[in-house]
Design a binder for this molecule. Sequence first.
Ligand code: AMP
Ligand code: MG
Length: 343
Amino acid sequence: MKNKPIIIGIESSCDDTGVSIIQDRNVLSNIIIHQEIHKKYGGVVPELASRLHDINMTKAVQDAIFYAKIKPHQIDAVSFTLGPGLIGSLLVGASFAKSFSMGLGIPLLAVNHIQAHILSHFIENSNLNNSYPEFPFLGLVISGGHTQIIKVNDVFQMEILGSTLDDSVGESLDKIARILGFYYPGGPMIEFFSKNGNDKKFIFSKPVVNGLDFSFSGFKSDVSQFIKKKLKKNTLFIKQNLSDICASVQKITAEILLEKVQKAILETGIYKIALAGGVSANYEIRRKFISFAKKNTKCEIFIPKKIYTTDNGAMIAITGLFKYKRNLFDSIHTVPYSKFKKF
Ligand code: AMP
Ligand code: MG
């Protein structure tokens, strides 16, 4: 086995085609092709997503090889997202990876997408801390598809402590954003319009959920019913209060997440927290967690650089690297899965 293997990582679980090449923990190239088509539908249309992965995959792989300044035969293994995700999209990435592995005669590494989000912190210079979290730590995965608190004992020893019982946090932000008239994905728009808003103007109730689980569907309905009621009296309500609504939604979302993580810290005695997933790009969520760590000196918060928050091939490649180093190879008969419950 090579000392510094070169791994290609292929991500296609949702609407981003991500292909990255890493050598050991260093990223040589990281290509992400976003699918703009979903904007007009207010959310990801699965059939369109898989078709576009199919169209974009070859170009993404060619570009990744070109920018990495390597030749295909230098690649030591191919890593891809096995699940969870949209099954049609996953099948495109899986089929490409399997053909690539057979064509070049190199090992195949099938990766769990949620594990990969967390392990993205082990890519060189991938977080604002410029260091790797030490085990054990708590991973907070907040994305368009997932909202989970995960106890990470080791690279592949992960335990889900809490999950959303309904919508993910990203999904709820995207749905609220849609009511406000924003395109998909709405999370970044909510952040943008929050900037000059008064985050105390509107108080939305926080969901009451036992243990370390989350619920965002009630929160989303609460906000949407509130807005609909206001619009009946004043059709310009959204226009006149846009920044304040966005800031208030963002503040409460950040509070819900931080409160659950505080509870997880108390229950586990683990003070190292690694944020991951698209929603962890959010300024207010980052700020709240950083300020919490400043007040609690025992606590250490690992914040990913923005490029590693949303779905990307580099996180798939680093997870593949860990499998490669442990000889955890997969057969071409490995079948993608859309839903995932336990590690
Ligand atoms: P992922 O599923 O990890 O690719 O993340 C996509 C989700 O992250 C979508 O629901 C986006 O709305 C959300 N998102 C991305 N950037 C931000 C942001 N700056 N603030 C809030 N949500 C965001
Ligand atoms: Mg994701």
